[in-house]
Write a protein that binds this ligand. Structure first.
Ligand code: COM
Length: 525
């Protein structure tokens, strides 16, 4: 279907995408220039997820000629379809549900009606609504960004300059691989039973309301989805080999922050088995009934459940591309690239979840743009090894820079500014702090639920080394804190304490820094 001269509105895109999703024999969607894609492109982006879409858009804006090819009939990749967008929807629901449970029948809150909190309802809500994001991505990329694309067509990489799709052969000076990743399932028996899901099959296939859940794995996905399931009333147990938040994919987790977060999950009734190994998933009549787990003590126990969720990581989809091109891949199946996103094959780049580092949208988009700008002749590197990070439980948890322990290894005089403060014999469990937007009700009613925050400062240079936050609404501030902390001049407590805070800034660091910045010799707070 050639749509170059058509201009579908959002509703028309929505129905076009819907039809393509249900009809396996639907035609490819071609949005190509007047030469029908026969001329040479600056780059073919194989995969139109966050990395490919942003890379192509940037290249086009710079005057280049990109082409995106994607197997799905929409752009945006897994983010709006199965990954970040549903996760944020579910995490917001978890936060709301948590508040409604704590305040059940108090103030203006109704008595909590557990029957109305259903995983399946939220999944159906997402399934019914996700098409609008897909439609918008296609519309924006065509009408506003003027990027050529071929959708609903599998790309076959022929060589380092040639890709075929939709029965056509496309040539380019460069190829950018951005095909994303898929969840990896561990090698244990019983995973073929009805009731075993990962975050992809959850939104695609869940067809019943689970009553309890065993999560295998301790990843960010495991914690985030686990907190959501549990908040709906589906009693959740996490079985993790590593201590939670100490898995290899997370960095710079402060121990006090970790204690608050994992403690908070336990306080809400989640069961967390750390140092535990899943042995097998057991079933009856084809459905999950329990998971056998070897606990840290060596004891084997059966955990009864009707739902198993796998949070054991993801791997990139590289097979066909690697066979065709032969680029180097590391031990974790990720494509090896330099800081320009160049693979070991000249002219071939890899971006997003295909390469090392966090499988996060910011990295996908920035690596796509890095590839595009290098292809267009800029001399630009992107080091994604230092980045701010966040996750959701029923809280928003954000962190950037060094933990207190990391800072103490590197610096002699580390100053901690923290809320609530750690002061011996001070009854901080009754202290209504921190309080800010999102925690005011907790602060006045259940102070111990109102969050935790810590700023790590080098007392000698007065520079902020790290910031750690559990609460609500601080994630935005952390994007800017990250930029400032990692800028060549760094961010001092004096500069931070001189900012204009808008009431109680959610992470409190402006006002707390202002209380200490007058000290020529800094002290803890
Ligand atoms: C985000 C998808 S949902 S993209 O990064 O805008 O392409």
């Amino acid at each position: 279907m050639d749509i170059r001269h058509q201009h579908p509105n959002l509703a028309e895109w929505n129905s076009l995408i819907d039809q393509a999703m249900v009809d396996p024999s639907s035609e490819p969607i071609l949005n190509l220039a007047e030469d029908h894609g026969e001329g040479e492109y600056d780059a073919i982006f194989v995969g139109g997820g966050a990395g490919g879409r942003f890379g192509a858009a940037y290249m086009k804006a710079m005057g280049g000629r990109p082409l995106i090819i994607d197997a799905w009939p929409f752009l945006g990749g897994s983010c709006p379809h199965q990954a970040c967008v549903p996760h944020h929807l579910f995490s917001e629901a978890a936060e709301e549900l948590d508040r409604m449970r704590w305040f059940s029948d108090e103030l203006f809150f109704p008595k909590f009606d557990a029957d109305r909190a259903r995983i399946l309802d939220l999944i159906n809500l997402f399934r019914a609504g996700r098409g609008s994001a897909h439609a918008f991505m296609n519309w924006q990329t065509k009408e506003q960004l003027d990027v050529e694309y071929v959708l609903n067509a599998h790309a076959t990489i022929v060589d380092d300059r040639t890709v075929t799709a939709a029965g056509k052969t496309f040539t380019a000076r460069n190829i950018v691989l951005g095909m994303g990743a898929r969840p990896v399932w561990p090698d244990i028996p019983g995973l073929d039973l009805h009731g075993v899901h990962d975050f992809v099959t959850l939104v695609e296939e869940l067809d019943y309301e689970p009553t309890s859940c065993v999560i295998i794995g301790g990843s960010k996905v495991a914690m985030e989805y686990g907190a959501f399931f549990h908040a709906t009333g589906c009693t959740t147990t996490i079985v993790s080999r590593s201590p939670l938040m100490r898995t290899k994919s997370l960095h710079h987790i402060d121990e006090d922050l970790r204690q608050y977060v994992v403690g908070g999950m336990r306080k809400r009734g989640m069961i967390v088995h750390e140092g535990a190994h899943p042995v097998r998933v057991n079933g009856e009549d084809g459905r999950v009934v329990s998971v056998t787990v070897r606990l840290e003590t060596g004891e084997e126990v059966d955990l009864p459940t009707d739902f198993v969720f796998l949070g054991t990581g993801e791997r990139p989809l590289i097979q066909q591309a690697q066979e065709a091109l032969g680029f180097e891949v590391n031990d974790f199946g990720r494509v090896v690239v330099n800081r320009r996103m160049q693979t070991t094959v000249p002219g071939v780049y890899a971006i997003g979840d295909m390469i090392d580092g966090p499988m996060e949208m910011f990295k996908a988009r920035k690596t796509g743009v890095t590839a595009a700008r290098n292809i267009m002749g800029e001399d630009l590197e992107f080091d994604y090894t230092e980045y701010p990070d966040s996750l959701h439980t029923t809280y928003e948890v954000s962190w950037v820079g060094l933990t207190e322990a990391e800072a103490r290894e590197l610096h002699d005089d580390v100053v901690i500014i923290q809320m609530p403060p750690t002061v011996k014999d001070l009854d901080t469990e009754h202290l209504p702090l921190p309080c800010a937007e999102g925690t005011m009700l907790y602060a006045f009613s259940k102070p111990e639920l109102s969050g935790f925050q810590k700023l790590v400062v080098d007392g000698d240079t007065r520079k902020v080394l790290g910031a750690h936050h559990v609460g609500y609404g601080a994630k935005d501030a952390f994007q800017y804190l990250d930029y400032l902390i990692h800028s060549p001049e760094g961010l001092t407590i004096d500069t931070l304490g001189w900012m204009n805070e808008l009431f109680l800034n959610p992470e409190h660091f402006v006002q707390l820094s202002r209380l200490r910045a007058g000290n020529s010799s800094l002290r803890n707070l």
